[in-house]
Design a protein around this ligand. Structure first.
Ligand code: PTJ
Length: 258
């Protein structure tokens, strides 16, 4: 459906349309639409903007990616539908590999996602026939990992995930960067660096941060990582939402018609 630019919720509707299109193309699963709805609700609470604690996390994530020996960007159906171009841009800016990793796994869907990424410039996509169940402690398809990619990665970026893989990757000693609009999710709370922001805003900002920080020396990047405290950043996010709600509660909320 064509969304009129004049619509007050234009960007939100365009984003929904991308997911619906992804569903029709066999990239997104129906559960992905439900996941997006949960994300939209948290985005509303943030004011649909990138908030200061997310900027701190983005800077730390950029430093981690620049310092990484084998960084990998993990892509599921929603990520591919919403942000394929930015995933490819980030991979090019950091030298990261791209790997498909799905909860609702099928080789056919993984190949569709890989083709979707290749169509916007990805040179190589891992996670197809090369992946095997290898992440200890997971008994679902998210345990699949490519030996060249996630299995041997030191830094893994995950987005819109449903829980236990982040924990499992951390137990393997990896740095996990998560993009998740819900600051209370298990993924958000177990990641090394959590960017509480919409993936459609966070990824372009992450590419900008990488390009800005690449001129720093290794020790300077290490200092950024060392001073980063994910728990403090998550608390700042919750505090931001609470203050915003308190502020809204003190205002007149009814809109004038017209
Ligand atoms: O493609 P598959 O088979 O791997 O399945 C992917 C889904 C998304 C279905 C699966 O990972 C899932 O069910 O995820 P959850 O448990 O619903 O978690 C998704 C998380 O992402 C929630 O915490 C949402 O708040 C968050 N989220 C949703 N949309 C966005 C988001 N975070 C950032 N940007 C968004 N646009």
């Amino acid at each position: 459906m064509r969304i009129p630019r004049s619509h007050p919720r234009y960007w939100s509707l365009v984003t929904r349309e991308k997911l619906v299109e992804g569903l029709r193309e066999g990239i997104v699963v129906p559960q992905g639409l439900i996941a997006h709805g949960r994300g939209e609700c948290f985005d509303y609470l943030l004011g649909e903007t990138t908030i200061p604690p997310a900027l701190k996390a983005i800077r730390a994530a950029a430093a981690a990616l620049l310092l990484a020996r084998n960084p990998v960007i993990s892509v599921n159906g929603n990520v591919a539908a919403l942000a394929a171009r930015h995933v490819v841009e980030l991979a090019k800016a950091t030298g990261a590999k791209i790997e498909v990793n799905l909860f609702h796994w099928s080789l056919d869907r993984a190949k569709r996602i890989a083709r979707h990424l290749t169509a916007v410039g990805a040179e190589r996509v891992l996670g197809l026939e090369d992946a095997r169940p290898a992440i200890p402690g997971l008994d679902h398809p998210r345990a699949r990992a490519s030996p060249e990619g996630i299995l041997s990665a030191d830094v893994v970026l995950v987005a819109l995930e449903d829980g236990d893989r982040t924990q499992a990757l951390r137990r393997m000693g990896k740095i996990v960067i998560a993009i998740d609009l819900n600051p209370l999710s298990r993924t958000a709370r177990t990641a090394s660096i959590t960017i509480v922001d919409n993936i459609v805003r966070a990824l372009p900002r992450l590419v900008d941060a990488v390009n800005e920080l690449r001129r720093l020396r290794r020790e300077e990047l290490e200092a950024i990582l060392k001073s980063y405290d994910n728990d403090a950043v998550l608390r700042e996010v919750v505090d931001y939402i609470a203050s915003r709600l308190r502020e809204l509660a003190s205002r007149r909320l009814a809109l004038e018609p017209g």
